[in-house]
Design a protein around this ligand. Sequence first.
Ligand code: AMP
Length: 181
Amino acid sequence: MGIVLLGPPGSGKGTQGTRLAERLGVPHVSTGELLRAEVESGTELGREAAAYLARGALVPDELVLPPLRRALAAARDAGGYVLDGFPRSRAQAEQLPDDDLAIELALDDDEARRRLAARAQGRSDDADAAVIDHRLAVYHADEPALLDLYRERGRLVTVDAGQSVDDVAAAIDAAIAAAGR
Ligand code: AMP
């Protein structure tokens, strides 16, 4: 069971991803977290990725894919995953099985900005307004192609992420049940 969470920064992919993975008993895989861990451990990959993370730009696929593949290989035994932060482009989506279910957490940019400003994760890319604007712009640039791909596959559901955490979680559960997973 592969589920991918789509949505702008601040839409709750991390929060919902963690909770959903727990409910389903599968790993939660966040490419942002994987990349931040590489930076913190000072690996060569982390050193190459750091500048992209700092300015809110997409990290090149050749740096994103190796840690992602390791995490997905570990998830295989669990029979599924909840992916958060990947895919961010059509090319990335094509790395995943066709029958993954995409759940779009839809949120307008002003609310996304408010939430990012409020969340205290000690992440510098959440604290800088210019970086946040850039991350939102990057998201919107790739969003139509990504949503279209999952829509064409008949594997896209959209949830209103402006609701409370519990209501979003309930909407996600309902969407998964409706998709027959
Ligand atoms: P996130 O934790 O999802 O908000 O991601 C934080 C940052 O990690 C992004 O601004 C990108 O620099 C990088 N990143 C995370 N996931 C990806 C991805 N799938 N492709 C490219 N860059 C990514």
